[in-house]
Design a protein around this ligand. Sequence first.
Ligand code: S3P
Length: 438
Amino acid sequence: MTRKTPKREDWTSAPAGPLAGELRVPGDKSISHRAIMFAALADGTSRITGFLEGEDTLATARAFAQMGVRIDTPNPSERVVHGVGIDGLKAPAGPIDCGNAGTGMRLMAGLLSAQAFDSTLVGDESLSKRPMRRVIEPLTQMGARIDSEAGGLPPLRIHAKQALSGIDYTLPVASAQVKSALLLAGLYAQGETRVTEPHPTRDYTERMLQAFGWPITFDAGHARLDGGHRLRATDIAVPADFSSAAFFLVAASIVPGSNLLLRDVGINPRRTGLLRALRLMGGNISEENRRESGGELVADLHVRYAPLHGIDIPERLVPDMIDEFPALFVAAAAARGTTRVSGAAELRVKESDRIAVMAKGLQSLGANIEETPDGAIIRNAPLVGGDADSAGDHRCAMSFAIAGLISQDPVRILDCANVATSFPGFVDLANRCGFALG
Ligand code: S3P
């Protein structure tokens, strides 16, 4: 069973700018998913503020409601979750629809592998093509029973299980989703679960488990926990999503005269590779009012136009900017000289094949971009405008909107409805600071 993307939406982004003003982009997607999950499994009531009301995270909230968790919405960016305790989930009446969300499906696969009921996880057209073997294999080693479609694709049919065993697992690819799936299964496992990563990835699962009182030890690239404890309700303040801020960081960096302030952005170092890359390219971005909020580093990011130059993106930055390459490709097209991206083959299995979709779209706008198996080579060339197909990928659609700002003629962006998965209100916010997007 595959859910189709509901409606088709095309946008036009016309040359515009400079960009100016102050804005707060919506809440962090990764943190919002996890906050719902851990609050649902905790003893007591947790309040989540700054929650991302995007389709991905709403799908996760609906999934837990289907499993008997009461979630109140006192206002759009707040959720009050009445936790049912670690063993309190109930069998859902039907399949759980994760929509477009790889994070939702992979993390829930870990959690549901350890429940005393059968469950089925389905997704939309894009998610139904994304590889799940990376979670199925290690979860199976822990004792889970998961059936998939051929090639390890969704839907996932997860069999009821009384107890799993811990695992000592080294991830073949850097993936916070796989790490988190194993840690979630590990909550229910007998003994110890240890995960080692080839490169450190975002550590929200580890930090949030700690905030909910589960004993866990972790440092860059390692996490370990034991099964058999309980989670204590706590309140979570979700910072603004760096990945949503990224579109404005790039846009203001490449449109002459721009000066933008992005408030309350989460700057966990495992997310801010783009900030470092843009600075290496000559970008002018400062972190103001740096502070800690709810256990996460947060700052206001002040970005001003600066002429960029091409660089070889250091491969060690790739996991820290894995969601930001569509925007980076646009920055690279505007930068003097040549930018080379390598070591980023994971981009081919995101919401779309982001190397192919961005290369094809930018080429049709006049850019000089060449695909490689694990990245791209982008040489400076003026953008002339035209049609760019986002292939239903939210981050590609928003990146083409940035390309429109610096094109000679408008850019028509096809298939943009999925922007609502991560960034509801993008068009209004963008227009408020100087885009000409409709
Ligand atoms: C995420 C991890 C990353 C990222 C995704 C969100 C998470 O995926 O691309 O947008 O919340 O754990 P991978 O684990 O597949 O790298």
